[in-house]
Design a binder for this molecule. Sequence first.
Ligand code: OOB
Length: 547
Amino acid sequence: MTSTPTASDRLHLARNGTAGDGYVPFPAADADAFRAAGYWTGRPLDDLLRATARQHPDRTALLEGDGGRSYAQLDADADRMAHGLIALGIAPGDRVVVQLPNVPEFATVLFGLLRAGIIPVLTLPAHRRAEIEHLARLSGAVAYLIADRLGDFDYRDLAATVQQSVPTVRHVLVLGDPGTFTDLNSVPRNGDSLPTIDPSDIALMLVSGGTTGLPKLIARTHDDYVYNATASAEVCELTEADVYLATLPAAHNFPLACPGILGTIGVGGAIAFLTDPSPENAFAVIERHRVTVTAVVPPLAQLWCAATEWEEADLGSLRLLQVGGARLAEVNARDVEPALGVRLQQVFGMAEGLLNYTRLDDSADTVCTTQGRPLSAADEVRVVDADGNDVAPGAEGELLTKGPYTIRGYYRAPEHNARAFTPDGYYRSGDLVRRLPTGHLIVSGRIKDVINRGGENISCDELEEHLLAHPAVRHAAAVGRPDAALGEKVCAVLVVDAAMPTLAEVKTFLTDRGLATYKLPDLLRQADSLPLTAVGKIDKKALRAEA
Ligand code: OOB
């Protein structure tokens, strides 16, 4: 039986996107099963903070400078932020592009938005015009929330451009000196009551590493993300005694919720933020705040290990170093415990959902030679060949997955979803893995066309599109070139019609187009032609072999 939706039904439908907004929900039967089995508990994501603040108001939540902010204070700050955002006219279900460095205000802003039912689109500090405009447009964002500057980059200049080209962006809210925009700290801090959150609604949007073309939006619900953070906290045996250091950009799934900031808040631990992860600075902060857990990408783990030779800090408080985002070579994994005196945990995860962790009681061999096993008993993992058939146990194949915290489709991307998900709802990760009898996975490569430069995934398609816009360029291919420090470097192979541009010219050209710095080519190679596959596509595999 159908009935005419009420105004409140319509608001709800608009918010959770089931009314054809481009959100792909979990099928009702699966959602019921996840609730019945206790994976989804019906808690709004901001309740991780609310519950801890009620139980332990005086405990330190955020460590900043020489002091700290208590859970009661953070809770009140988040409430005021939520009221302020609503008073500005930003409504529940609206999207706001957030681009902040790793500062304590990141937590206030995140919980303020969550509490107001406003959906943060969590972009990274390194994103530039091409990415921000695309994400603002795709999400239909009504606001862009930035810090005034970081290093020598002024986000207010970027905001002026974004607001020009994306008319839905009505507000630019600035942490710090607002210039001509709105001071985030001056918005009125009183207002209406806060909305009731439906835990099956979208809580926030993560940005995909980008495997084809521009980055995709990954909508995570309250139910799925609460589980992501709390189950991760359990695997890492996180407690109120832990001090988590946000070393990687806080908007990334790994430091945000694996267990990261959200997992730590859920158990009542303390969080410190790092804007400069150089060993000199990171080690000083670890010593000062008695940090116990942090997460890094492999190149940073290598740098930190090497730096123990010349840095003097006391790292004795550290009990767990999580390494993930790209494959950690066994030799480097073996270095971690002796160099830093800390237990290593490998994490193989993805913003789309599935997380694999080595466990705290795994043997040293397992920790150093595998990328962990799935977080949840409800994670379904298949390893398949090119035809989609399961490979023999232990053989290499593509990882397909679904489960209680893995999306069923990217936001507003129906065409891409038809390829990236199987008809029965598995996410095709593009990662090549082997599965051991224990369930641990070894990541052996990837079939999707990305370059992993120091843990940042760079889409070859996207870079090639920008390269092809150069007047001298006829054909372009971006390939990863193995590199000891970064894992891979970006090599651009160009077939040109005119004089071959220099590397510096290409970098300037791409920067002017608004491409993020980390996506710029490290190397340039001229070719007479590019190798082609049987159907006439550029043969990246052959090119990679040459690189
Ligand atoms: C994490 O998430 P994303 O979305 O930035 O990147 C996911 C991709 C994976 O599909 C895989 O290709 C690669 O990054 N990756 C790894 C890896 N961890 C991620 N490849 C080899 N070994 C690993 N340990 O990168 C992410 C999200 C949550 C937790 C940890 C990492």
